[in-house]
Design a protein around this ligand. Sequence first.
Ligand SMILES: Cc1ncc(COP(=O)(O)O)c(C=O)c1O
Length: 473
Amino acid sequence: MSALPDVEGARLAPTLVGADIAVPLVTGASRRYVNLDYAASTPALTEVAQAVAEFLPWYSSVHRGAGFKSQVATAAYEGAREEVRRFFGARLDDAVLFVRNTTDAINLLASALPERTEVLAFGAEHHADMLPWRRRGLEVTYLAIPTSPAGVLDQLETALRRSHSGPRLVAVTGASNVTGEVWPIPELAALAHANGARVLLDGAQLAPHFPIDVTAWGVDYLAVSGHKMYAPFGAGALLGRPDWLTNDAPYLRGGGAVDFVTLDSVLWAALPERQEAGSPNVVGAVAMGAACRALAGYGMAHLADEELALAAYARNRLATIPGLELYALWDVGAPRLGIVAFNLRGYWHSELAAILSAEHAVGVRHGCFCAHPLVLHLLRIAPSEAGVIRAEIAGGDRGHVPGAVRASMGLGTTRADVDALHAALASLAASGPGWRYRLDRTTGEYLPEPEPRTWPTLPIALSGSAGVHGESS
Ligand SMILES: Cc1ncc(COP(=O)(O)O)c(C=O)c1O
């Protein structure tokens, strides 16, 4: 696969696997699926699927195999690593580690931080950049959810001045997975460094939509997920400074991470092998490398411009619907990705999402998006109310779990898709749903009643029935 030229006028439009798929409606009709759930997982780029299909006949074990196919597979795996390094502008001596996803990457980093590292994280983070820090040996300080990009820097400066003088890590998202604002990362990194702290950029949301330059931005660590970068084959990556990653025993212990083992000693291997114990996800890594190559070919700055314009269009369009509340961390001063979170008066979030799917073929996500503190803040839910909800959930009743609906966009999303969402919401605001729905209190989901849709025929087993799903990320 060759890179596409990043030259004005010479770009080809990105194509995605499954872009034209039609899905059944409860009415018995079927309609082209309007995918507005990119922030959770993106479809595969056609080039990525092609690269995987071309690589699969060559797939074999990596690193230890003497056979020719093993050598080709190893070269592809290591080639993918360099592709990822280049795409994110990482330093030559940065480790580039293949992991499962951003969650895995951040847990790996948390396991490698020096004893008593203080982690500073904002309350707006995804749980993946919040929970890994709550472990023995680390101290975590949560900063209040900022009300502007300037507030991010002010709060951080105050917190860094108060923090201890030992190792410190500022762990921050590149863009909100709930409301889409892009955070001021280069400025934040400069501030952190001026105060002796390092920076982890949770790039799960930013990476597929916006150019990231680890070196120019002064980011020390970057965590990303392939399945959000048009490469849904189960790999992610952690990039960054090698020293802390070799301080101690690795995150995973096992074959591949060692140079020599006796019954009472281990000689750990150098990076990256040291942090990649077990047989790696070679196909996933190749897919990520192919995605980086394809995205670089399309030109990330160009893709970002298009997506930011689409995001503004979507926000302006949805704001015209009576009774629709749009959520935002801050309204001005920062670019905003194509992520729009909202509620519509008269509808519970899970009900609205179910109706959009069942009657309009619009695929969105609803709930708290693995960012419970942020969503409680946006919905202005008091701690006492949150306590009641927590007790209800613990008792098996999810009927009152608060949340919002999130429409999220990416490559291949068009104004027509936004218009389809707008038309569906406008008709719901004006005339209500055209079907009946019942709340399942154990899941918190609304289900069409009756549910006439059935699964498509696929050469794999499909369990459960249509319309039943779980916690949203
Ligand atoms: C900002 C952010 N960070 C981290 C994650 C976790 O990513 P993954 O589920 O791929 O580990 C997500 C997923 O939605 C996210 O949006």
